[in-house]
Design a protein around this ligand. Sequence first.
Ligand SMILES: [Zn+2]
Ligand SMILES: [Zn+2]
Length: 641
Amino acid sequence: MSIEVELPDGSILEVDENATVEDVAYEIGTGLGDDTVAGKINGELVAKEEKISDGDEIEIVTDQSDEYVEVLRHSTAHVFAQALKRIYGDEVRLTIGPWTDEGFYYDIDGVDLDEDDFEEIEEEMQEIIEEDLDIEREKLSREEAEDFFEDNEYKREILEEEASEGDTVSFYKQGGFKDLCKGPHVESTGEVGGFKLLEIAGAYWRGDEEKEMLTRVYGTAFPTQSELEEFLEKKKEAEKRDHRKIGKEMDLFSIPEHSPGCVHVHPNGMKIRRELEDFIRDKNERLGYTEVRTPELNKADLWKKTGHYEAFKEEGEMFAWEQNEEEYGLKPMNCANHSHIFKSQERSYRDLPIRLSEFGNVYRNEQSGELSGLMRVRGMTQDDGHAYIRDDQIQEEVERTLDIIAEMYDEFDFDITFKLETKPGKAQGPDNLWENAEESLEDALKEKDAEYEINEGEGAFYGPKIGVMVEDAIGREWQLGTVQLDFVIPRNYGLTYTGKDNEEHHPVMIHRAILGSLERFMGVMIEHFEGDFPTWLAPEQVRILPVTDENVDYAEKVKDELNDFRVEIEDRSWTVGKKIQAAHDDNLPYMLILGDDEEEAGEISVRDREENEDRGFSVEEFREALREEVEEKRIEPDFLQ
Ligand SMILES: [Zn+2]
Ligand SMILES: [Zn+2]
């Protein structure tokens, strides 16, 4: 008997019904068969020994594939585990050790590790790599496996759950070390070219706060030492720019334990945020949006009508609870409430587009382990907007929105690309509407000559999305803004307008956000500028440094003349040198240094954060230049350049 599988180029290959991934590779060519490290079955990375089924989509992974590094990292996790066993013996109990985007981690129990132990463990790992041990897959019977893990209740639990199928289970063996594992792995420990243990954290078994607290060790690995070094360099740069660190230093925001994933914006952060809001209000006005305000708290019935309930509640992503015998929730999106406003009046074809915008506070129940500063939160403010339009207005509306988005990111000096995200598993609505929607978005991208990638299956439940991908100063990509097309919610929620033909029609809905969430945008922006905000955004734009206490009155006078800007006087009795240092530490775009000479001449000396300094300016010329710099939203303070 033979079965058919599909290859990445869309071709169909006929193979024996007992074939493995490796057999498929040999079927394609002997060279490929010999080079096979692992495979992908329907997108899932698997061992080359994995059996395939009729209709599977198969990809072959060699050491030239993007996935190779993931395989290598998982093998490095095994090297780590083997080193621990060599050092600590049976005391250490291994649990799970998967690869991650940046490396791998291993959760262990039984020994108390701290980062001081890394050196010894790394030396042992290096030893294992130099021994160049073959990594071999072997099958054990269920009884053998259970005996093997007699003293390890975690592995026995895995045997009962994830690995409960089949009479045998797969292990991987390297030298004297053996572990339950479905793979894949590289061929020998010697393939690890560069690795490093990075940090230690606590992690609950199964991510469940009721269960045991384990020790999680993070590490990373690469095929070569130079790739490792490049990674570590980038990581160091990223740590220096970490928005959580800068946010604290500049007193911008906090995320205290009493509100996990929910941001407290401090006065300095709020100054930046208000500038961003004004900026977006201006863009929205140009796009024809009018601002609304809708409640966070709603009855769950609302989302049952729009379809959000099915998409969010059932995946546990929505905060919802019962009270007074009613189910309530916090809105996970603003679409339902805006649609209520659309529905509150009779609408005719002449009224469309109707465009509603809101700085909407939404809540999503992200898992606590997923939360990360401003980048991944539970409570966020979207610069959200919904346009209700006719079929014939789609193209123009999407293109206009993309134009404004591109213009806005350009003003921040960000490079952007787009992702077209298509129909997901939880999609609602008929196929033909999805096809139309995907086509319309793609047409708009083509019309703009935009650079875009297609992300299959990543769309929203109601329609495909264009995601705006932003590259920051050190080359990392973030998804921020979005434009989405929706034929589903207007039908679910019964939105209609009267057409020219006097019949009732469903409008098309465009969901869009320019910045995305203000929280994430702030996080990305803080790291992009490393706290050196453009003057128009800086919480404090100018700091006046009187040379002695005698000059404070003059400083007050100069401050009054600059009252359109955010100006403070440094009145601590410090030396000028110390005052300048403090202003640099606070990332001040401009400092005005005022001593007796300046006071007598009625002038100012100006210093900027690039350490340019010059004297003999009038307050008026500085003020006018500053006004222009702020109005034009220039990225760098350029008065002295
Ligand atoms: Zn493994
Ligand atoms: Zn929406």
